[in-house]
Design a protein around this ligand. Structure first.
Ligand code: OVM
Length: 404
């Protein structure tokens, strides 16, 4: 039962987390939420919010209480129809979720990610070579958007033709987790050909042999998944695997360009590429928040949240919580142990592509570190507001050549 005397103890905030100004610079808002208490109520949307690391991690670890089946955005799929058939992975709970997740996990183990290393590495070296020769480039449109679209779309086995639809498709997907605001409307304007291409790209005949897409379809032949499930599982790779890594690479470049001392450390020791990427994931997490829906009343920090309530989990805030990371939580430090961040989620839904994302991050930063002595912004970065993703639209950069 909900104890109303406790409910009124929960701090109520009238902030709009989906206001573009908040989305591009959410950190003061996060700090106010963390300081207000372990749970706050966002009255504009009638949702509960966790902004501290402890509660976010607890919710991620308890799928039975914090369900994903009603959608991980603001909308409750039991009350309003989702814009697309729900994801069998993201928007599902065990036991069904576990059945389809298993073959997907096998596709993307750390061992499999290592088999991609030679091709992914060659692509990173070639791209960074070109950019070092140019000296000035846009960290987003010339690098962060180019690299994943090349290497990961190849790894899935997507057709070359129409790949320009991938980022608009992902932009729609991630804005759709938010409210029906202007960002969401803009993302869906002219969406028909984009959805049409993405849907066709998930069919068996569109996917080249040997890629992740074709391998998903082979799981149908082994009766591990059905022919109806296969295209939806391929769709998860398209939706979740591109714009996220684009954001991650851009955010990592931003961290390094704005912390020259840290870039210097990376340049002096390119083996720091892996931790430098991980620390950027913590500090500038591409996915800032996802929702869960309570399946029962639950007590959190002395407050009682009713059943069927939407709870927003602010990963980007948990990853900067001084209670978890200490007083330097807001600082970018390539020597920091970022393990325990929740940028890839945690628990039964933890990112299945994380080893591939990390490989991409490591290879791009390592290629840069070995070729460029300095990395600096030449102008203000331009943020790209999105209801879920924190990323940049432009990062004007200058690099000076110089080996380690
Ligand atoms: C999916 C999906 C879409 C967006 C994100 C995501 C971070 C998954 O369709 O399964 O995970």
């Amino acid at each position: 039962m909900v104890d109303s005397a406790r409910v009124i103890d929960v701090p109520v905030l009238d902030d709009d987390p989906f206001d573009p100004a908040v989305l591009v610079d959410p950190y003061a808002f996060y700090e106010r939420m963390r300081e207000a208490g372990p749970v706050v109520f966002l009255e504009r949307y009638g949702v509960w919010a966790f902004a501290r690391h402890t509660e976010v991690a607890e919710a991620l670890g308890d799928w039975e209480t914090y369900s994903s089946a009603a959608g991980v955005g603001l909308a409750d799929f039991r009350k309003e129809a989702p814009w697309r058939p729900p994801s069998l992975l993201l928007e599902a709970d065990p036991p069904g979720h576990s059945v389809v997740r298993k073959p997907m996990l096998h596709l993307m183990t750390p061992k499999v990610a290592e088999t991609l290393r030679p091709a992914f590495s060659a692509a990173a070296e070639e791209l960074v070579d070109t950019l070092v020769n140019r000296g000035e480039f846009d960290g987003v449109t010339d690098l962060a958007e180019v690299y994943p679209i090349h290497v990961f779309a190849d790894a899935i086995g997507l057709p070359e033709d129409g790949r320009h639809h991938l980022l608009p498709y992902a932009t729609m997907t991630f804005n759709a987790f938010g409210p029906a605001n202007a960002l969401r409307d803009e993302a869906f304007a002219g969406s028909e050909p984009v959805i049409e291409w993405a849907t066709a790209a998930c069919q068996r005949d569109a996917l080249s042999p040997g890629g992740f897409g074709a391998q998903i379809w082979e799981a149908v032949d082994r009766d591990e998944i059905t022919a109806e499930e296969a295209p939806l599982l391929v769709r998860s790779l398209l939706a979740a695997g591109l714009d996220t890594t684009v954001g991650a690479l851009g955010n990592a470049l931003f961290c390094l360009a704005t912390n020259p001392d840290q870039y210097e450390l990376l340049h002096a020791d390119p083996k720091l590429a892996k931790p430098a990427f991980e620390e950027a994931m913590r500090l500038e997490s591409p996915i800032q928040a996802f929702f869960r829906t309570t399946s029962r009343p639950v007590e959190v920090g002395g407050a009682e949240i009713p059943a069927d309530a939407k709870v927003i989990l602010f990963f980007g805030s948990a990853n900067r919580d001084p209670l978890r990371w200490g007083e330097h939580a807001d600082r970018y430090d390539v020597h920091h142990r970022a393990a325990g961040h929740v940028a890839f989620g945690a628990g039964v839904h933890v990112c299945i592509g994380q080893f591939i994302a990390r490989l991409e991050g490591e290879l791009v930063l390592s290629a840069l570190a070995r070729r460029a002595a300095t990395l600096r912004l030449t102008d203000d970065p331009v943020p790209k507001p999105n209801n879920t993703l924190k990323a940049f639209r432009h990062l004007p950069l200058r690099i000076t050549a110089g080996g380690t």
